[in-house]
Design a binder for this molecule. Structure first.
Ligand SMILES: Nc1ncnc2c1ncn2[C@@H]1O[C@H](COP(=O)(O)OP(=O)(O)OP(=O)(O)O)[C@@H](O)[C@H]1O
Ligand code: SF4
Ligand SMILES: [Mg+2]
Length: 420
């Protein structure tokens, strides 16, 4: 995982920025990080009031203590857009990895809300609001979060099944967001999606042969005499008898239909697949079979997969890394075992506390998240999780946390390093 770019817009320095700095340093409680507001991300040019409350302990921050401290940008001021700096314990960053297959930068999708007599835009649903992550070739990355957090919108926006409002999706070095129709058609051969509801995603008027054949036809692959054998091969690979290709989707069970959906996605030999809750509409008894099938195919074909799910257990089982979303933003990214054993973000901690633990000897304290997820039409200022966070301090309303690396390969969007 490469370090995220801090490309947050930086507004001009004003008196308000200095005031914000003063306010911030005043309201920080004892054991928090040292916070200042600066007009430049560079630590050496910090111009805000002198730091206060510097008694952060490395152990409190959950970072291997090396004794050294570093000044980093932990977010941006709500009032001024200026970077907010903090002194935090230093650690060795994860080593650089190879070029990502997919890089998502500042991705946004705001659905307009129409209203009034003239049907004017009166607001927007901030379904995805500034999301950054990288996917590396051959890895399976889970995308989790409560219902409505924006997971499906991220997945669909990557393929431009939903048009993004802003940001970049760099796939194999090219920006999908800037592609014209022809380029988009070409790139979609390499990027496929498996939908949650296998019944809704398969045309009931088409036979299975037609459903899979259509995917081949769009990209002019395996045409003529090659078409039928290719459909048969794909069906066999996903555990459906090839002679059943003459049947219609309603003649199959839910699990079989999802296998057909997988075969259709694989028909064009993609490199990257978005699997949007591929098993959550299925009976529990067959979920494991479909998950195992996906895992086998991923390893056999070297696929890169973004696996969207609610179930943290399933995600930990099959994913190399996990991205945690809340209200259109990323809260944490970490390798799966690290996220499960040592979450760094309060939201991840709460999600994990509610998830069943496979080992009955391990007891987790249940953290009840009070209230519903706020409306994405009018999300809370500063940290969007603050209205439900048990560690929230007044400053959380004033600073939009940056997603920053707090342990090797582990990123969180939270301004506090003295918790967890
Ligand atoms: N076409 C749309 N028009 C307006 N709002 C939308 C549209 N699609 C999604 N939304 C809103 O965007 C937000 C994110 O929705 P999304 O479906 O991406 O969430 P999700 O994390 O996939 O949820 P779930 O776990 O329930 O599938 C929600 O508030 C949803 O109501
Ligand atoms: S509310 Fe504050 S403490 Fe809680 S996650 Fe957000 S920034 Fe961190
Ligand atoms: Mg969804």
């Amino acid at each position: 995982m490469t370090r995220m770019d801090n490309d947050t817009p930086q507004g001009p320095q004003t008196d308000a920025a200095t005031r914000t700095g003063a306010t911030i340093t005043e309201i920080i409680p004892g054991p928090a990080a040292t916070l200042t507001v600066s007009d430049n991300v560079s630590a050496s040019q910090t111009t805000a009031p002198a730091p206060v409350s510097a008694d952060v302990t490395a152990s409190a921050a959950g970072v291997q203590p090396s004794g050294a401290m570093q000044t980093v940008m932990i977010g941006t001021s709500v009032q001024t857009g200026e970077p907010v700096m903090a002194e935090v314990p230093a650690f060795t960053a994860a080593g650089e990895r190879s070029e990502p297959l997919l890089s998502v930068r500042n991705l946004q999708k705001h659905f307009p809300i129409k209203g009034g007599f003239f049907g004017r835009t009166v607001g927007s649903v901030k379904a995805v609001d500034g999301v950054d992550f990288d996917l590396f070739r051959g890895e399976v990355v889970g995308l989790v979060g409560e219902s409505g957090s924006g997971k499906t919108t991220v997945g669909r926006t990557l393929l431009r099944l939903v048009e993004p409002t802003g940001g970049d999706v760099i796939f194999k070095g090219q920006d999908v967001v800037k592609m014209n129709k022809r380029q988009l058609r070409e790139v979609r051969r390499d990027m496929q999606i498996i939908f949650q509801d296998p019944f809704a995603s398969l045309d009931p008027r088409m036979t299975v042969e037609e459903v899979i054949g259509e995917a081949l036809d769009i990209h002019k692959l395996h045409q003529g005499a090659e078409r039928k054998p290719r459909v048969a091969e794909l069906l066999q690979r996903v555990g459906i008898r090839p002679e059943q290709m003459v049947r219609y989707p309603h003649e199959f069970s839910g699990g079989q239909r999802q296998r057909i959906g997988i075969a259709r996605a694989l028909a064009v030999s993609p490199d990257f697949i978005v699997a949007d809750e591929p098993v959550s509409a299925l009976d529990v008894s067959i979920q494991a079979q479909v998950v195992n099938l996906l895992q086998d195919l991923q390893q056999e074909l070297g696929l890169t997969v973004l696996f969207i799910a609610h179930d943290l257990l399933v995600v930990e089982y099959i994913c190399d890394r996990i991205i945690v979303m809340y209200l259109g933003k990323i809260m944490e990214i970490a390798p799966s075992h690290q996220l499960n054993n040592d979450p760094q973000h309060p939201y991840t901690e709460a999600l994990l506390s509610a998830a069943p633990v496979p080992d009955p000897t391990i007891k987790r304290q249940r953290i009840i998240l009070e209230g519903d997820i706020p409306s994405p039409i009018n999300p809370p200022s500063g940290c969007v999780f603050r209205t439900r966070c048990r560690y929230a301090i007044p400053q959380c309303a004033e600073v939009v946390p940056a997603l920053r690396e707090v342990k090797p390969g582990q990123f969180k969007a939270c301004i506090r390093d003295d918790i967890l």
